[in-house]
Design a protein around this ligand. Structure first.
Ligand SMILES: Cc1cc2nc3c(=O)[nH]c(=O)nc-3n(C[C@H](O)[C@H](O)[C@H](O)COP(=O)(O)OP(=O)(O)OC[C@H]3O[C@@H](n4cnc5c(N)ncnc54)[C@H](O)[C@@H]3O)c2cc1C
Ligand code: SF4
Length: 532
């Protein structure tokens, strides 16, 4: 049997990498098990002319379509939105857009402020130093002092607004509505050995330039230099429990498909809002017959996926096409609760560029806007590079019935039961989506778009997987405490998006990583009692 390690981390994505780096200075023996492999920037689609086509193949954001060896299937047929993930060193950050807003202070206090859902057991101020530390290591571009959030400096100047960003900013000025250049985890100057963004194209399927901050190029090189061991192609099957009721380690399949046992003094889950509850539910024992750390019956419940309508507009003059990072500016005009509206909480508007020509042709043919035949080229000329979009990032409050369970039939390539998603939006969210679509359409019209399209729920976007093992002080109403420790199993921690109490109306990764750094800091302060 392998020697026990001090800390065993499951998952090397946004949270696992930040946590591993922070804990490395304790000089403890730390191992991270990751089911995927290292990605090679030379293999990213941006290196070839078929970059758009590959987004519907091996670089798809949906694991169910991509079906690479590291992927596991997800039954999301009963969900309004599909599950987007990436399974490799760096996790979702390899394929994310690197849009980097923070949750607002009000997101942590929705019960106190608005009488809905629950307050978090921690607040924005608690996370503030960890947001700042994460911004420094990831390398975030933007402009300080957005009036919508507490002021904070950012290490680099913002990404260029581009034609579409300038058009929308001028429109919002005319309407008198808030806007600000987006914060993005993208190097706009040379930064920490990374080259600056050269606006190569859309950032989702990996940034060959190395400008986009994925954790395989930010945290992991530092963590490994500091002594953390990262084992790739190792898929964890279950967390084991000792006679004392404490986590004793994990059983995983190594790169050759052989089952191995890695004993550990402390187990840390960082497998994301779907992967973590899946693993906990798969780790049944006499003591935990319904899944590990699940005495509250909340493991897998309260899933939040951020419903995300998109309003698309086409303009007479040319916009940016795919050139540059996807999102240029945001508006928080409708973010906070307004009693005059017929819903609670709110949404952020994200203003983005268009796709490349293949994406335009594919969507145009599907919708009938771009016909086959003699009219094709003229229609392509009118549409390609003439598009911009507005995304409505809705705060979908937690509901116990929005949940992850284990599929009774579907299994991954190692025979491990796959997750099943049940997800619907509430009446409050429906009204919020309606309001956001109406405002985004108003902006499009005012910006001069000659035609529009609106998708109420984008099926394959955005891959924000939150809330399925939430934090709280009451063991009956939460899975982990205010510093990520399981209420049921004292040496089991959860640090990924699962522990969100509410999802806010912003992309979550900045907050996920700040939480992971905060939990690492709490553990370091309690080292003397961590292993009891
Ligand atoms: C297309 C796309 C665009 C996105 N855009 C943005 C954006 O612009 N801004 C933003 O803030 N967020 C964005 N996100 C979301 C962002 O990627 C996630 O919020 C973030 O990566 C979640 O971090 P995490 O640590 O919870 O999990 P992940 O980063 O998903 O990491 C989990 C890791 O655990 C591994 N794992 C899972 N199960 C096992 C197992 N059984 N054994 C071993 N390893 C396992 C996985 O392989 C993975 O590497 C986007 C996501 C996608 C897919
Ligand atoms: S636009 Fe910039 S960050 Fe995005 S893939 Fe291209 S170089 Fe990388």
């Amino acid at each position: 049997m392998a020697d026990p390690v001090d800390i065993l981390i499951i998952g090397s994505g946004a949270s696992g990498a930040a946590f591993a780096w922070s804990m490395a200075d304790t000089r403890m023996r730390i191992v991270c098990l990751e089911q995927g492999d290292w990605v090679k920037p030379g293999d990213f689609p941006a290196n070839g002319r078929d970059w758009e086509a590959r987004r519907y193949g091996d670089a798809d954001i949906l694991p169910n379509r991509r079906q690479l060896p590291a992927d596991y299937p997800v039954n999301d047929t009963n969900s309004i939105t599909k599950i987007a993930t990436y399974n490799a060193v760096g996790g979702g950050t390899v394929h994310y857009a690197a849009h980097f807003p923070r949750l607002h202070p009000s997101d942590f206090r929705v019960k106190s402020l608005d009488g809905v859902a629950d307050d978090w057991p921690i607040d924005y101020r608690t996370l503030e130093p960890f947001f700042a530390e994460n911004d420094r290591i990831m390398g975030v571009a933007g402009i300080a002092d957005d009036p919508a959030t507490p002021p904070h400096p950012l290490p680099m100047p913002p990404i260029p607004l581009g034609r579409s960003g300038i058009r929308f900013a001028e429109t919002l000025n005319r309407l008198g509505w808030h806007w600000w250049p987006s914060a993005a985890a993208i190097a706009t100057t040379e930064y920490d050995g990374r080259a600056a963004c050269i606006n190569l194209g859309h950032c989702l399927p990996g940034c060959a330039q190395g400008a986009k901050a994925s954790t395989d190029i930010t945290y992991w090189p530092r963590a490994i230099r500091a002594g953390v061991e990262l084992r790739t192609n190792c898929r964890v099957r279950e967390i084991t429990i000792g006679a004392d009721g404490m986590a004793s380690g994990a059983i995983y399949y190594d790169a050759h498909g052989h089952a191995q046992f890695q004993p550990a003094h402390v187990v840390v889950m960082a497998a994301n809002g779907v992967g973590t509850p899946r693993l906990l539910l798969n780790s049944k024992s006499e003591k935990f017959p319904t899944g590990l750390a699940n005495s509250s019956d909340l493991v897998g419940r309260n899933l939040m996926l951020h419903p995300w309508p998109i309003v698309t507009g086409w303009f007479d003059d040319e916009m940016d096409g795919q050139r540059g990072p996807i999102v240029s500016i945001w508006s928080k005009q409708f973010y906070e609760t307004d009693p005059a509206r017929d819903f609670t909480r709110g949404y952020m508007l994200q203003f983005g560029r268009g796709p490349g020509p293949v994406g335009e042709a594919q969507a145009g043919i599907e919708s009938g806007r771009i016909p086959w035949g003699p009219a094709h080229h003229a229609a392509m000329r009118r549409h390609a590079f003439h598009r911009a979009h507005i995304g409505v990032a809705c705060d979908d409050l937690p509901h116990a019935d929005n949940r992850i369970t284990l599929d009774p039939v579907l299994k991954d390539s190692h025979g491990i039961p796959a997750p099943k998603i049940d997800y619907a939006v509430s009446e409050n969210t429906r009204r919020m989506m309606q309001h956001g679509i109406a405002r985004a359409t108003e902006i499009m019209q005012a910006a001069g778009a000659h035609s529009f399209a609106c998708s109420r729920t984008v099926l394959n976007y955005p891959g924000h997987l939150l809330g399925t093992a939430r934090m709280g002080r009451d063991p009956a109403r939460s899975v982990v405490n205010e510093w990520g420790r399981s209420h049921d199993v004292r040496n089991l921690f959860i640090i990924d998006g699962s522990i969100f109490v509410t999802g806010g109306g912003v992309n979550p990764t900045s907050t996920i990583q700040a939480l992971a750094l905060y939990i690492a800091d709490q553990m370091k302060q309690r080292l003397a009692t961590l292993f009891e």
